[in-house]
Design a protein around this ligand. Structure first.
Ligand code: GCW
Length: 718
């Protein structure tokens, strides 16, 4: 929510208050030295690097595989060769199918029999002492190589009957909200908590792009294949990336390309006016469409594998087709037609709502907005348009219902948008492992247990029934996520927030992976596989951390209650009388938003059955979303048996206890993890403890004062 203008207003009105109430630890400084290796430390390559490796194939990405293997074998005394030697049997063969040596013909025929693998798929097998990865394209071979790295020694032990691996989502995109210039309020990266942009410095592209190369490598190893290199709030300097600064886009694309990552650009819908000197950006005006065609041709010439445009239109002050009486489909299709000849995609965001709402008017409901705008447009978008839908109807809160838009547009390619950067979930000062939330969303079944899951919609899996009529299995819109990376030494400010970045790539590749399996992979790669204490401590700290964060912040799905503008720390009434549409309606009798059809805003009606009925019914609505859907008295008894008010007290006390336990666990790792990692996490945990207490005391005190109901356990409330 709040764009810059709102933030400047909010922080201008309480500048000193903000400084007094949230004594943050020092912001992450830009660190030009070698960054932390994250999940690719040298040690992660020990198993591969000590082997005799045979590589075969040609092309840019195969060269990347060779380079990676050459580095690993140089470090761990293995060997790498391109030509099979009769006398030495390789331990590992990494080959393109067309170049596969005779000795792996059995795996090659298994691959052929299994049918097309796609560009990024691979087959893995192990027999007769040799592990084999075969792919039809370089991207698949690179993915296969990183898979073997992940497996470590277990890739070289027992036999593996040929396994096919292919990504569930064709589009796995990370969006950067990076600006070229440093914004006076937002800093350089909007909602960035990890220092400056890895792409830009001093008003232009960085001269040293080695960080970007390291970043591309990390992303490729996690599963990401698309990156948007600038903020969806497109300011003057960044708008120029489309034209005058196109060379910068090409330079970044050159760095991402060897790792199989295509570059996307966020563009301003008003670009024909801003950059083209035209008097209109009307999508029905043929000169506007021609302008986009000509500009896109130039972009494609500079970046032959250009991914496409990302657009935030008619939202929070960004220009869009509404100015010309046109709708989102008109706008998106015009851009899509300019990109179509080059295989580009338009990601058109569904995050559209009225941010000038009157808080007195209880009939307007921000949660309804995306559906009200987009559902009627289903079937009108071109095939190369993806409508990018935030996971919930409000804005990346720690708990929200799944967006009903995801079930409302069967004839549209839909992507789910996640937020890796922890805007509302502790800003990388708090430990908050988000994979459980994301995997809940991907696994949510809008039509009930027998129907498709959200991941079937985003992957475009053929539907067993008529609920989805999208034409082919590649028709899903995939997954998009807002990056949490910057120039910070640890990439993500909080070293443990690296787990979120890793997890988003892995879930994009395979949404059926469990959050704990992903965590185990990440921790073994990052900290080494051989220390059970580190592994189990990290698992314990991260596994329930999202529930912990939820426990000490806004209760029962009601959301927000954050400090206005910067969105860090408690601000219970911070948004209550603002135009942003994010209210909790607490009074002396009760709290929550009535979104029922019977007496509220009617939002529950945006869901198909059974959820429309479940959310509507006070007795069936899941506790964790109760206040999102219903306004209830404090004495209302939850399904858990507790009253709402007692639940608020209990969770806020226990949330702080859980953070304290987390800090104790971490202190047990002194001497077991690198000192700089240890210290940074320690410093962040201290801040999390302070902030969690502040949340606990403010929330408990607020509700005690509103309701007059004491804590039945008599704990301290102020
Ligand atoms: O979560 C909100 C943020 C804005 C952001 C907006 C969006 C890029 O507060 O900073 O703007 O969402 O997603 O467009």
């Amino acid at each position: 929510m709040p764009d810059q203008s709102a933030v400047s207003v909010a922080s201008a009105s309480h500048p000193s208050a903000a400084r007094r109430s949230t004594p943050h630890p020092p912001a992450c400084a830009d660190d030009p030295s070698a960054p932390h290796p994250a999940w690719l430390p040298d040690s992660a390559f020990a198993a591969v690097g000590s082997r005799r490796v045979l590589t075969a194939g040609e092309g840019l990405l195969v060269d990347t595989v060779r380079l990676e293997i050459a580095q690993a074998t140089a470090a761990f005394s293995g060997t790498v060769a391109d030509v099979p030697h009769d006398d030495t049997q390789p331990d590992l063969v990494l080959a393109l199918l067309d170049h596969a040596p005779q000795t792996v013909a059995d795996v090659a025929s298994a691959l052929r029999e299994a049918g097309p693998l796609g560009e990024e798929g691979f087959v893995l097998a192990r027999r007769a002492g040799t592990t084999v990865v075969l792919a039809t394209h370089g991207a698949g071979l690179l993915a296969g190589m990183f898979h073997v790295v992940r497996l470590g020694e277990s890739a070289f032990s027992a036999d593996i009957t040929p396994e096919r691996h292919a990504p569930a989502h064709a589009l796995r995109k990370l969006d950067h909200w990076d600006n070229i210039d440093v914004h006076p309020v937002m800093g350089q990266v909007e909602r960035g908590y990890s220092g400056g942009s890895v792409f830009y410095a001093d008003g232009g592209l960085r001269t040293d792009l080695s960080r970007v190369r390291g970043y591309a490598r990390l992303l490729a190893a996690s599963g990401i294949n698309r990156v948007t290199i600038n903020n969806v709030n497109v300011h003057a300097s960044e708008a120029l990336l489309l034209t005058r600064r196109l060379a910068d886009v090409a330079a970044l694309a050159d760095v991402f390309r060897p790792y199989g990552i295509r570059t996307h650009l966020a563009v301003s819908f008003a670009a024909p006016i801003l950059l083209g000197g035209m008097s209109t950006a009307d999508p029905h005006d043929s000169t506007v469409a021609s302008w986009w065609e000509q500009v896109t041709r130039t972009v494609h010439a500079a970046v032959p594998d250009f991914g496409g445009y990302v657009v935030k239109a008619d939202s929070e002050g960004q220009p869009g087709p509404f100015s010309y009486g046109r709708d989102h489909a008109d706008g998106a299709n015009m851009l899509a037609r300019a990109l179509a000849p080059y295989g580009g995609v338009v990601h058109w965001r569904a995050f559209v709502y009225d941010n000038h709402q009157d808080w007195r008017d209880r009939s307007t409901d921000r949660a309804r907005a995306a559906y009200d705008h987009f559902a009627p447009l289903d079937g009108r978008f071109d095939d190369n348009v993806v409508v990018q839908v935030k996971l919930g109807p409000i804005d990346f809160q720690v708990r929200e219902p799944v967006s009903p838009v995801l079930a409302a547009m069967p004839r549209t390619r839909l992507a789910v948008e996640l937020q890796v950067t922890q805007e509302y979930t502790g800003q990388q000062k708090h430990v908050c492992y988000l994979a459980p939330q994301w995997s809940e969303v991907m696994g949510f079944r809008p039509w009930g247990q027998d129907g498709p899951a959200v991941s079937d919609i985003t992957t475009g899996a053929p539907s067993p029934d008529a609920r989805r009529s999208v034409r082919d299995p590649h028709a899903g819109g995939g997954l998009a996520a807002v990056s949490n990376v910057g120039m910070d030494q640890f990439w993500t400010g909080h070293p443990l927030a690296q787990a979120n970045l890793y997890a988003v790539g892995r879930l994009a590749w395979d949404p059926s992976l469990t959050p704990s399996a992903i965590l185990a992979e990440w921790s073994a790669l990052t900290f080494g596989a051989d220390d059970p204490v580190v592994a189990s401590t990290v698992q314990t700290m991260l596994t329930g951390s999202r529930d912990t964060y939820e426990a000490y912040t806004a209760p029962l799905g009601v959301g927000f209650m954050v400090h206005p503008g910067h969105h860090y720390g408690p601000g219970i009434d911070g948004y209550e009388y603002t135009p942003w549409g994010t209210y909790h309606f607490a009074d002396r009798d009760g709290v929550g938003v009535d979104r029922t059809r019977a007496s509220g805003t009617g939002y529950t009606g945006q869901y198909p059955q059974p959820w429309a009925a479940i959310y509507e019914d006070l007795d069936q609505c899941p506790d964790e979303l109760l206040l999102f859907f219903h306004h209830v008295p404090y004495t209302h008894v939850l399904r858990s048996g507790s009253t709402v008010i007692q639940h608020i007290y209990d969770t806020h006390f226990s949330g702080v206890e859980q953070v304290d336990a987390m800090a104790r666990s971490w202190s047990g790792l002194a001497g077991l993890v690198a000192p700089d990692v240890y210290d940074r996490v320690q410093e962040r945990l201290e801040e999390q403890q302070r902030c969690a207490r502040e949340w606990r005391d403010q929330v408990n005190t607020y509700f005690f004062r509103k309701s007059g109901v004491p804590d039945e356990r008599g704990r301290q409330i102020f």
